[in-house]
Write a protein that binds this ligand. Structure first.
Ligand SMILES: Cc1cc2nc3c(=O)[nH]c(=O)nc-3n(C[C@H](O)[C@H](O)[C@H](O)COP(=O)(O)OP(=O)(O)OC[C@H]3O[C@@H](n4cnc5c(N)ncnc54)[C@H](O)[C@@H]3O)c2cc1C
Length: 467
């Protein structure tokens, strides 16, 4: 090992791939944030990332590719400061314990992970370390307010967003932390970064903290003031596109919140949705995969070969509904989809194709670079009517009306559905009405929306009568 000093700590990066506004880094370096702060001021810090095969295998190509790029950027930033990211592959409890033994670290530092798998993994790591008398110190989290902290006066969790938002606003008072002036980085031999998947990787934005901060500054200065007005327009770049940077912790929400004024209340509340859903998952860890309202599991859903065929058409963006197809193809092309369109395509799968939200959520998790269990599952449950604060089931999005409203000139559809590029204006949302018929290569509608809406509502009524 190079540069070993009296005390060495491991800094284990997970969903916080940045050096500024990173409380766990301050705690590890002894520059004073947590209770462990100055006890060992001047400790050397060994930065590590463990590629956990379980998470790696579960992530699709876009998230894997983005992770590798983000790790490369972190390594580059560390090298500029005299360090180097040590990458290891394997079961985190084994790998962290092995690294501790190799460098003689007396503490392991990380930000808390609040997801169900992360919690369970961390308690395994904690056990493995306590066998060696090494402390596992968790400081900070990927959220402005840690999940579980915002509770009602009677100590129970909020079930509904608006009162949560009000209470959350009172909690997030802490400002961002600057990067420590000087860290004594040390290193060990490590593995190479995993190769990026070479197939099936969409056009992803530049990764890493520097790119995230530059992107944020650009949006803050040029996009934020019109966010509330434009955020629902699929055809315009009205949203921040920060989700992937937040997902990997290249920027912390605290940094964003500190730089926006009170006039940015809509943007602030969107950031809070991310925190609300993390809080719901913390209190109800099974809600990432199971219905929050269990009665919805008893509703009739379509299965079998026909349903599979419909599902494939949905995944590929070949349902015959242009706004839905544009969204699904944007997902394949960019590893991202506009929020309004995410709602419309999700509603289409659940209420027009009568399939369970879990199936759609799995496809999203494979294809989204910003895929996040809490935000993904709970937004799906919101659309499916089965979430805590859900849209009522009988609110069925009409894919044509939504397209006409949020892509009024049809530019979004034409961008992602080349077969329809020859159709001018909003007519692109209903190509079946063209007097010359559907353009070559574009599919017929797989279902009739008006009919399927009735089917969905009657299944919902039946489910309610059975309760
Ligand atoms: C079916 C469905 C699945 C979704 N899956 C995910 C997911 O896996 N990961 C994810 O980050 N977001 C998910 N969202 C939420 C939302 O669509 C994205 O966060 C947003 O589109 C990201 O684009 P942006 O950064 O430009 O958002 P902006 O509008 O600029 O919002 C700023 C930030 O606020 C947060 N945010 C905004 N809306 C929501 C929301 N409804 N729920 C939670 N956080 C929100 C995000 O962190 C986002 O980056 C999903 C929404 C739906 C309807």
């Amino acid at each position: 090992m190079t540069g070993k000093t009296a005390s060495t700590r491991l800094l284990w990066f997970r969903r916080d791939l940045r050096l500024s506004d990173n409380p766990a880094l301050h705690a590890a370096a002894g520059t004073g944030v947590s209770g462990t702060g100055d006890r060992h001021a001047g400790a050397a810090v060994l930065p590590v990332f463990v590629v956990d095969p379980l998470l790696w295998d579960a992530a699709g190509a876009p998230r894997r590719a983005y992770l590798v790029r983000s790790l490369r950027a972190l390594d580059h930033a560390l090298r500029e400061r005299g360090g180097r990211l040590v990458v290891r592959y394997g079961e985190p409890a084994d790998e962290i314990a092995r690294l501790v033994a190799e460098c003689g670290a007396d503490e392991v530092h990380a930000a808390s992970d609040f997801g169900p798998y992360g919690r369970e993994r961390d308690s395994r790591v904690e056990d493995a370390l306590s066998d060696r008398d090494v402390a596992f110190v968790r400081t900070g989290s990927p959220y402005a307010v840690a999940p579980g902290r915002v509770v009602k006066n009677d100590g129970t969790p909020y079930q509904v967003f608006t009162p949560f938002f009000r209470a959350w606003t009172e909690h997030h008072r802490r400002g961002p932390l600057a990067e420590p002036d000087r860290v004594d980085w040390v290193s060990l031999p490590g593995d190479d970064l995993p190769p990026e998947p070479d197939a099936d990787v969409p056009g992803l934005p530049p990764a890493g903290e520097e790119a995230a901060l530059a992107h944020w500054a650009e949006f803050r200065d040029r996009g934020l003031d019109r966010y509330a007005e434009l955020r629902d327009r699929a055809d315009l770049s009205g949203t921040s596109r920060l989700s992937v940077h937040l997902r990997f912790g290249e920027v912390h929400p605290r940094t964003l919140l500190a730089e926006i004024g009170s006039e940015a209340s809509v943007f602030r509340s969107e950031l809070c949705w991310r925190e609300f859903y993390a809080d719901v998952l913390w209190h109800r860890p099974k809600s990432g995969r199971a219905y929050l309202r269990p009665e919805f599991a008893g509703m009739a859903y379509d299965t079998g070969d026909d349903a599979d065929e419909m599902y494939d058409a949905w995944c590929q963006g070949r349902t015959g509904y242009p706004f839905v197809d544009a969204g699904m193809r944007q997902l394949l092309a960019e590893g991202w989809m506009h929020n309004r369109v995410r709602m419309v395509v999700a509603s289409f799968l659940v209420k027009d194709l009568h399939q369970e939200w879990t199936r759609g959520a799995r496809h999203f998790m494979r294809r989204l670079a910003d895929g996040d269990l809490a935000s993904n599952s709970h937004n799906w449950q919101w659309v499916a009517g089965s979430g805590t604060d859900a849209s009522p089931f009988f609110r069925v999005f009409n894919p044509v009306a939504q397209g006409r409203k949020f892509d009024p000139d049809g530019n979004y559809v034409r961008r992602y559905v080349p077969e329809l590029r020859g159709i001018a204006g909003a007519a692109v949302h209903e190509p079946w009405k063209l007097k010359d018929g559907l353009p070559a290569g574009y599919p017929e509608r797989v279902v009739d929306h008006a009919e399927e809406r009735e089917v969905a509502l009657s299944r919902y009524d039946k489910m309610r009568r059975q309760r």
